[in-house]
Design a protein around this ligand. Structure first.
Ligand SMILES: CC(=O)SCCNC(=O)CCNC(=O)[C@H](O)C(C)(C)COP(=O)(O)OP(=O)(O)OC[C@H]1O[C@@H](n2cnc3c(N)ncnc32)[C@H](O)[C@@H]1OP(=O)(O)O
Length: 207
């Protein structure tokens, strides 16, 4: 098994992934590729090049995309997959993951998360700090559940949907793909059309 982790993106989200990877104890070396930073090290880990340098590391590293924006994360993830890169998930040792939970490749599970049994996550998801997914949820690909959000049981969330910080989603609700659910929203009914939803109860807004 590879013991070098290469994180694409060295900004805030990438930095948190590096910290989780270190705490997991699973990686001997942690590296970044980043197109913007001029820093040689971030959080003490070397920035070894730009995203175009991926090919240099493809045989020796496992990869995870450390970009919060769902569509950008998806496109980088898919580019890596098409080049034959090994994509990996990163799970904080203080996340509680129940039995019969599946986590798609390239997903990141942060500190304080609880995921209960029967829940399925697609690839490239972010389950951010102190959020919870109760039993039998199904999340598509490249979903982001922001910090402190709570998703009750038997909820479906479609591809690329972003659940903002501090949201609540009631049980048995379906949220279609490509939605933004604003900070603090409470979703109590199915959301069947992509768009932005805010408030309590959550309603669609045209921003
Ligand atoms: C570790 C991390 O940091 S993970 C990232 C966590 N971040 C988040 O969860 C952020 C979630 N984002 C939001 O809630 C955003 O406000 C969005 C996506 C809903 C809307 O963003 P924008 O399109 O930039 O809207 P903007 O800020 O201009 O607000 C437009 C209007 O909607 C209102 N509004 C915006 N967000 C919300 C919200 N969550 N709930 C209620 N009203 C809202 C604003 O007050 C404003 O109203 P006004 O026109 O009467 O002044």
């Amino acid at each position: 098994m590879m013991n070098k982790l290469l994180i694409i993106g060295a900004s805030g989200h990438g930095k948190v992934i590096a910290d989780i990877a270190k705490q997991s104890g699973e990686w001997g070396e942690i590296l970044f590729l980043d197109d913007k930073t001029e820093q040689l090290k971030v959080l003490g880990y070397p920035v070894v090049g730009k995203v175009k340098d991926t090919w240099k590391y493809i045989d020796e590293c496992a990869f995870v995309v450390g970009v919060g924006a769902n569509l950008t994360r998806q496109s980088l993830h898919e580019e890596l997959a098409s080049k034959g890169a090994t994509l990996t998930s990163v799970v904080h040792p203080h996340a509680i993951i129940g039995d019969d939970v599946s986590i798609g490749m390239g997903s990141v599970i942060m500190a304080g998360v609880v995921i209960n049994s029967g829940t399925r996550l697609g690839k490239g998801c972010i389950i951010n700090s102190s959020s919870s997914l109760d039993h039998d949820n199904t999340l598509g690909d490249f979903v982001h559940v922001s910090p402190g959000s709570h998703i009750a049981g038997t909820v479906d969330i479609g591809d690329n949907t972003w659940i903002g910080v501090g949201c609540t989603v009631s049980n048995n609700v379906r949220i279609t793909g490509s939605c933004q659910v604003g900070a603090g929203a409470v979703v109590v009914k199915d959301i069947t059309e992509s768009g932005t939803y805010v408030g309590v109860p959550a309603r669609r807004v045209n921003l």
